[in-house]
Design a protein around this ligand. Structure first.
Ligand code: FE2
Length: 263
């Protein structure tokens, strides 16, 4: 009788211990599974989107983190509405259309597709490059701006900009000059390059620096759709005013992430 009771108590305690393990350990397993989402043939491409790789399918238009008119110090409401609701939305739609017939590619992130473009079938490669890039670039771009933005950089990025470029003013001048010099449509970026150094680069069309092994910390959109309604052909004026809405806390976060990327 006593033996039976002891067995019952042992069984009861073991069940409780097992339940506790399941309750506390399951979220860890789920988080690990989510963080190791299948990507591409190449191992661990740099993640350009904070916290997670951007889902390629179904790609979704992220909501603007502020009102259309909230960035008035640099960009008017009509431009923001068109830019987000029409231009970014069409990159999302076209990316989904391109991947519709390719279930294997749908499992990859946008970053993984862009890093391994050669593994994307030729008939949709350009479409994935342009629209995957457009989706990724704009998703990053909305977060790089804030109604409370502007001013001088703060935190670790301020120090690193000073060390790399001499001063914030010099960095700003070089960034704007690179943006002005990019012929046609494209982007100007501050990246962390494969040598772990800050560098200003430009990309054509909707290409993203991850395609060259660099991590985009901040970037400005040089397409006319980003500024033409308000600034017409005065790209330089737009580049100058854009600094009034730059979201330095977000750029600090991205810079910190960039130095944690596998190289
Ligand atoms: Fe754009």
């Amino acid at each position: 009788m006593i033996g039976f009771r002891r067995k019952t108590i042992v069984f009861f305690l073991a069940t409780i211990v097992l339940a506790i393990l399941v309750i506390f350990y399951e979220p860890v397993l789920i988080a690990e599974a989510q963080s190791s989402t299948p990507t591409a043939a190449k191992s661990s491409p740099p993640v350009a989107y904070p916290n997670r790789a951007l889902s390629a399918f179904p790609a979704q238009l992220p909501p603007l983190p502020y009102a259309y008119g909230a960035l008035g110090k640099a960009i008017d409401a009509e431009t923001m509405k068109l830019h987000h609701d029409a231009h970014h939305a069409s990159y999302v739609k076209n990316l989904n259309d391109a991947l519709k017939q390719y279930p294997d590619l749908q499992k990859r992130s946008v970053e993984a597709l862009l890093v391994n473009l050669n593994s994307v079938p030729e008939d949709i490669r350009t479409k994935v490059r342009n629209n995957g890039g457009g989706h990724l670039n704009h998703t990053i771009f909305w977060q790089l701006m804030s109604p409370e933005g502007g001013g001088k950089p703060s935190g670790a990025i301020a120090q690193e900009i000073n060390q790399t470029f001499g001063s914030f003013d010099t960095f700003k001048k070089q960034f704007n000059a690179a943006g002005a010099a990019r012929f046609g449509s494209g982007w100007v970026w501050l990246v962390r390059n494969p040598q772990n150094q800050l560098q200003i680069v430009t990309t054509a069309n909707q290409d993203n620096p991850i395609m060259d092994g660099s991590y985009p910390i901040m970037g400005n959109d040089l397409w006319e759709h980003a500024y033409y309604l308000k600034y017409r052909n005065r790209r330089g004026e737009y580049l100058d005013n854009w600094w009034n809405v730059v979201n330095w806390p977000q750029i600090n976060r991205r810079s910190q992430l960039s130095s944690q990327q596998p190289r």
